[in-house]
Design a protein around this ligand. Structure first.
Ligand SMILES: C[S@@+](CC[C@H](N)C(=O)[O-])C[C@H]1O[C@@H](n2cnc3c(N)ncnc32)[C@H](O)[C@@H]1O
Length: 282
């Protein structure tokens, strides 16, 4: 699974550039690889825009703003004061949320060791890291040991409401790997008094089937492997989340969140759904 995970990492450079290009990030989180990949994918995005087809940037921005919005709501109403962003890549969310909430929020970004090192160096060199904002090495596929989520959760305060986020990760894993990861997330979240899991996911029945297939073909070529569509419907995905140990699960359509979340939905927004789930608490 480690080898499979490594092929996913270049996509973080691409999305890192997208967040920057749309005013959500800082130049320190842009890499040369991100710029090159953007130049390569640029004509596809341009073609999609003129033909009215879904754009990759429309999809990415819809998922990013939707997750921001749901996380912000949970922090503002006092449920969540600790966040673990698994597979954070070069996402600016940790930096942006720490700027907004300061000492009221602990934000731990986690990724495979090489990506975590890159992110940590970039944040530190640019002075973007503040107390309570960490970047750690983690392998979401591991049950035990120093790279496991369980070991990371041991370092958190068990009396604080805690969120786990994954963005741009779940569809790269096959069904067994995904269900295993969700079970680990639910088990860890049950330690805390309140919990939240937020993630994007692609379903096989979502949006225009041709558009979904085209998008997945590009993505599969990009990561040199198959991209998995595990569930046909929101109902199936929610049932799997409950089976994995979550108490409550909903799938949101980004378009329905767009006005509250402050973004303009375009065709790409309809190709993705946002999971909001809560762990079981005694
Ligand atoms: C598509 S990028 C998404 C990055 C970021 N979340 C974003 O939206 O900009 C996927 C990320 O997943 C990370 N990743 C892949 N396999 C992983 C694993 N087993 N454990 C933790 N992170 C992993 C990669 O290193 C990469 O940073």
């Amino acid at each position: 699974m480690q080898k499979r995970s490594e092929t996913i990492s270049p996509t973080a450079h691409y999305t890192g550039y997208t967040w920057y290009q749309h005013g959500l990030s800082h130049p320190a989180l842009v890499t040369p690889q991100g710029r090159v990949l953007h130049t390569m994918v640029g004509p596809l995005n341009a073609l999609a825009r003129v033909t009215g087809a879904p754009t990759l940037s429309g999809l990415l921005l819809a998922r990013h703003h939707s997750i921001d919005h749901l996380l912000q709501g949970a922090i503002d109403d006092g449920r969540i004061t600790q966040v673990i962003e698994v597979a954070a890549g070069l996402s600016p969310r940790g930096w942006r949320f720490k700027q907004r909430y300061g000492d009221r929020l602990r934000y731990v970004e986690a990724d495979l060791p090489d990506m975590a090192r890159l992110k940590r160096d970039r944040l530190a060199r640019s002075g973007l890291q503040s107390p309570g904002h960490e970047v750690v090495a983690l392998d979401a596929m591991t049950d035990t040991g120093p790279l496991s989520l369980s070991a990371l959760a041991d370092t958190l305060d068990v009396h604080q409401g805690t969120a786990i986020i994954t963005e741009g990760l779940v569809n790269y894993f096959d069904q067994a790997a995904l269900l295993g990861m969700w079970a680990r997330f639910a088990q860890v979240l049950a330690r805390f008094p309140h919990s939240l899991y937020l993630s994007d996911i692609h379903l096989s029945s979502t949006g225009d089937r041709m558009a979904v297939k085209g998008f997945l073909a590009v993505l599969s070529a990009f990561v040199r492997g198959r991209v998995h569509l595990h569930f046909e419907s929101a109902g199936e995905a929610c049932a799997a989340l409950r089976q994995a140990g979550f108490e409550h699960a909903t799938l949101h359509e980004p378009r329905m969140l767009s006005s509250a979340a402050g973004f303009t939905p375009c065709a790409g927004a309809d190709l993705v759904r946002i999971i909001e789930a809560r762990g079981q608490h005694t």
